[in-house]
Design a protein around this ligand. Structure first.
Ligand code: PHE
Length: 453
């Protein structure tokens, strides 16, 4: 295999890692999770989950990737020759998640274009359901194609292919170096602008108003942990793959802390903007704040277009910036999701990077096309509930057991401490072996129950 497998610099690695973590979860999931789980006081379970569980698991992925310097399927085979199927299970879940993530980013691409003229009209709600989704709540809708969504999905897959078929630094590295700084600039502009809006304080004060009783609610702790798993993209073989491309001498623990803090800093900072804009909406339209704080598509493609409709001429700049922000965050996550999948496939079948990327992107386009039909949003809901709430958590649980119990964990401690300024020790080992599996198990049960109900 002659493909290049080493980052040009540590900064490129950090940018690619932050790009992989910062995604839809930070922009449209976090504000809602925070609001509905105690507002300001949610930061306590959130920070505990970040330090105790999130960073701990990222460190496992870094140590494993860096130590083995190969793909997930080969690593698991080396740990135990019967474990390779676990890798293919994890990678299939990751690939399927990517197929609908692409669709959501595709919807966003449509909104980038619409936002210049606010072509969603005076009723963004019906526009999204009737024109973009053309949703038909029965499976028979699968026979109606929505051309604009199909075109957007193809455009996103084509862009992804253009990036991942190139060498590591020319593709993922370069794109992360460009998109991440742009993303940061856009978010800073949006947040600063949002704070100048009348009514902003109605929104951001929610972040500062704690509901201490929420801390005694187990669901709040599970929600905090769930957000960390989703937001840091844990268990998806991303950190593991990216860390395997680090040169000898890299400071793994230092890198993990930088990435984790940047990711959380991004979502907290971004929430100030989202909340302030919703505060403005409450003041101007009279709609109660709690009705506005939705998550996901409802927030981005319904509530925000409504806000832009009443924002005046500044929205001609802010609206495209908002949708571009989601687009950039989405693309850097998609390429990361696919890198681990492609690495294992090219390793297993001895395919070049270009050939693997082409095969994966063609298959991906075909599967994502299902979401461009009238039954698309319904199937997407089923995919999301099953993959995100259950399969992904199960994958994280398996990885915890494999690296905490089957593999010799002390070797991972040795790998991490070799060059890092900050060292890890026994507490970390206890977290990975006992605390993390119990927490993931709790979250998993909750996910299974909510999928079944
Ligand atoms: N962490 C990213 C996000 O917040 C990427 C991700 C994609 C996470 C898909 C989970 C599932 O969007």
């Amino acid at each position: 295999m002659t493909d290049e497998r080493q980052w040009n610099s540590n900064i490129t690695f950090i940018l690619a890692m932050i790009g992989s973590a910062v995604g839809l979860g930070n922009i449209w999931r976090f504000p809602n999770v925070l609001y509905s789980h105690g507002g300001g006081s949610f930061m306590i379970p959130y920070l505990v989950s970040l330090f105790l569980l999130g960073i701990s698991f990222v460190l496992v992925e870094y140590a494993v990737g860096f130590r083995f310097k190969t793909s997930l399927s080969k690593i698991l085979f080396k740990v135990h020759n019967k474990l390779e199927p676990v890798a293919w299970f994890v990678l299939t879940v990751v690939f399927l998640i990517t197929t609908y993530y692409v669709c959501v980013v595709g919807w966003d691409l449509i909104y980038v274009i619409l936002s210049f003229t606010k072509a969603w009209g005076s009723n963004p709600d019906t526009f999204f359901t009737n024109t973009v989704l053309q949703s038909n709540d029965s499976i028979s809708g699968i026979f109606t194609i929505v051309p604009s969504v199909l075109a957007a999905i193809i455009a996103i897959w084509f862009t992804t292919w253009q990036i991942i078929k190139r060498d590591l630094n020319a593709g993922i590295g370069r794109v992360s170096e460009i998109l991440l700084p742009l993303l940061c600039i856009i978010v800073v502009v949006i947040v600063i602008y949002s704070l100048t809006l009348p009514g902003a304080s109605i929104g951001y004060s929610q972040l500062l108003t704690p509901d201490w009783s929420a801390l005694t609610d187990l669901n709040v702790w599970l929600a905090a942990f769930g957000q960390i798993v989703f937001s840091l993209s844990l268990g998806m073989a991303i950190a593991l793959t990216y860390a395997s491309y680090l040169p000898e001498g890299s400071k793994l623990v230092d890198n993990a802390l930088i990435v984790a803090f940047s990711n959380s800093g991004f979502e907290v900072f971004n929430s100030i903007g989202i909340f302030s804009i919703l505060g403005f909406m409450t003041l101007t339209s009279g709609i109660p704040f709690n009705e506005l704080v939705t998550e996901g598509t409802g927030l981005a493609f319904v509530v925000f277009p409504q806000v832009f409709n009443i924002m005046g001429s500044t929205s001609n700049i802010i609206a495209p910036m908002f949708f571009l922000c989601i687009l950039f965050a989405g693309i850097t996550s998609i390429i990361a999701l696919l890198e681990g999948v492609c690495y294992s496939i090219s390793d297993k079948f001895n395919f070049s990077r270009k050939k693997t990327a082409t095969i994966v992107c063609i298959f991906g386009t075909l599967i994502s096309s299902i979401f461009a039909t009238g039954a698309g949003s319904m199937i997407l809901g089923v995919f999301d509930a099953f993959l995100n709430n259950t399969a992904l958590l199960f994958a994280v649980l398996l990885e915890c057991i494999i690296f905490g119990w089957i593999y010799n964990f002390d070797k991972l401690i040795e790998t991490l401490n070799k060059h890092s300024r900050i060292k890890v020790g026994k507490i970390w080992k206890a977290v990975i072996k006992y605390i993390l599996p119990v927490c993931i198990f709790g979250l998993w049960i909750q996910g299974v129950l909510s999928t079944l109900s």
